[in-house]
Design a protein around this ligand. Structure first.
Ligand SMILES: [Zn+2]
Length: 406
């Protein structure tokens, strides 16, 4: 069975996660796929496969006799799909021998266009899988799940000697909680890779440092007719806060390693106002400097308008995993070597976001990310190719082989 056939099976299962839930999994429907995957692992011969109480699926493939001392590698993908767009009743279109041109997405009126997605011609000749325009596809990250499952199938044939291989499928990645209840000791790997992302020969070990910053502004509300020298308008102070941040350091003006302050939400009246930002930077020193700037703004405005006018709360969210991966760069070098052996030029891209692997890396399981071959996640234009998925499978098998020789 090829990986894309598994993907077509998994996308039928509705696994959208939900923001703002107290429990993990955020939605009980994720158990439907979790149980199916644990069953499938067992059928493939992974005897210890199970689903835990929080919807994490674990399983291990013992080392080939004589390879017990090899590095124990883990492979992780997430089962949920993003709440940003409908993930129910997914009906993929399968286009064999794709011509590299625009694709009509069912009767939805949407078109997957070369203009918007200039990489499409590079997929010419492949089997392209798209949505019908009414849902997302769920290749993020069921492609990763399908690729790992296909790797398991290959290893179970017993033709490729390997060290211990640990498998996990996680819930709630899209709502930022996929790593929260991950059982690292139980998983049993020395190192792991997440399979969750774009171009099939992509490897990622740098992501943002991230925090949320919330300004609460308390104004002084007085009848406007008598306000002179007495009123402090919270909404005006809120605008002043935003005006003190560098206008070029916003998501819409930055790329690659450039960090930003992003105003996600604001509300206010004369009495009270709130500003919600997220702050991102790959560079730790620059990230800390951004936090200092925010604190200085709060201090300055409190000196100007009176203590207690502005309250700032900064909440750390995640950190750049690079610091944890650099001591074990063999994870990146081996992946790149395999990609080159397969005839692909590896792309090492800094992720402008976070990954579950970043959290796991800080919790003691170094965990870079590999591409799955998917594109345009979280919306109706999501697509992937059968051949790209095959390559992702070959890359994982190649990495396992490299560590079996070391
Ligand atoms: Zn994902």
């Amino acid at each position: 069975m090829r990986a894309y056939e598994r993907l077509l099976d998994y996308v039928k299962v509705y696994t959208t996660s939900e923001d703002g839930q107290e429990q993990i999994p955020s939605t009980m429907r994720q158990f439907d796929l979790a149980r199916q995957l644990a069953e499938e692992l067992k059928e493939l011969g992974v005897e210890d496969a199970f689903v835990d109480a929080h919807c994490y699926v674990y399983g291990t493939i013992p080392a080939t006799p004589g390879y017990e001392d090899c590095t124990k590698l883990g492979f992780i993908a997430h089962m949920d799909t993003a709440p940003d767009f409908c993930g129910e009743n997914v009906h993929p279109q399968i286009i064999e021998n794709y011509d590299g041109k625009d694709v009509k997405l069912g009767e939805s009126g949407r078109v997957l266009s070369v203009k918007q997605f200039p990489h499409l011609p590079s997929l010419k000749g492949r089997t392209l899988i798209t949505t019908d325009g009414t849902t997302l596809l769920g290749a993020d990250d069921k492609a990763g799940v399908a690729e790992i499952m296909t790797v398991v199938q290959e290893l179970m044939k017993g033709e490729r000697p390997h060290g211990k291989v640990c498998i996990a499928f996680t819930p709630d990645e899209e709502v930022g909680c996929g790593a929260d209840l991950f059982d690292i000791p139980g998983f049993g790997a020395d190192y792991a890779y997440t399979l969750d992302g774009g171009y099939e020969a992509e490897v990622v070990y740098e992501n943002f440092n991230a925090c949320g910053a919330e300004f609460q502004v308390n104004g002084v509300n007085i009848h406007p007719g008598e306000a002179k020298d007495r009123m402090v308008n919270a909404s005006i102070v809120a605008m002043e806060i935003n005006s003190m941040l560098p206008a070029c350091e916003r998501p819409e003006h930055t790329e690659l390693y450039e960090g930003f302050y992003h105003l996600c939400a604001m509300s206010g009246n004369v009495e009270k106002a709130e500003l919600h930002y997220i702050v991102r930077d790959h560079d730790n020193a620059a990230f800390e400097a951004k936090k200092k700037t925010l604190a200085l703004i709060a201090k300055t405005l409190n000196e100007k308008y009176g203590e207690g006018t502005v309250a700032l709360t900064i909440t750390d969210q995640y950190q750049n995993m690079a610091e944890k991966i650099k001591p074990c760069m063999h994870l990146i070098e081996n992946a790149q070597a395999v990609m080159r052996e397969l005839g692909y030029e590896p792309e090492v891209t800094p992720v402008r976001g976070g990954t579950d692997g970043a959290r796991l890396s800080y919790d003691g399981l170094p965990c870079p990310n590999l591409g799955t071959g998917g594109y345009a996640f979280h919306g109706p234009f999501e697509h992937i190719t059968a051949e790209g998925m095959d390559v992702a499978v070959q890359i994982v098998l190649g990495i396992i082989e490299k560590y079996a020789k070391q």
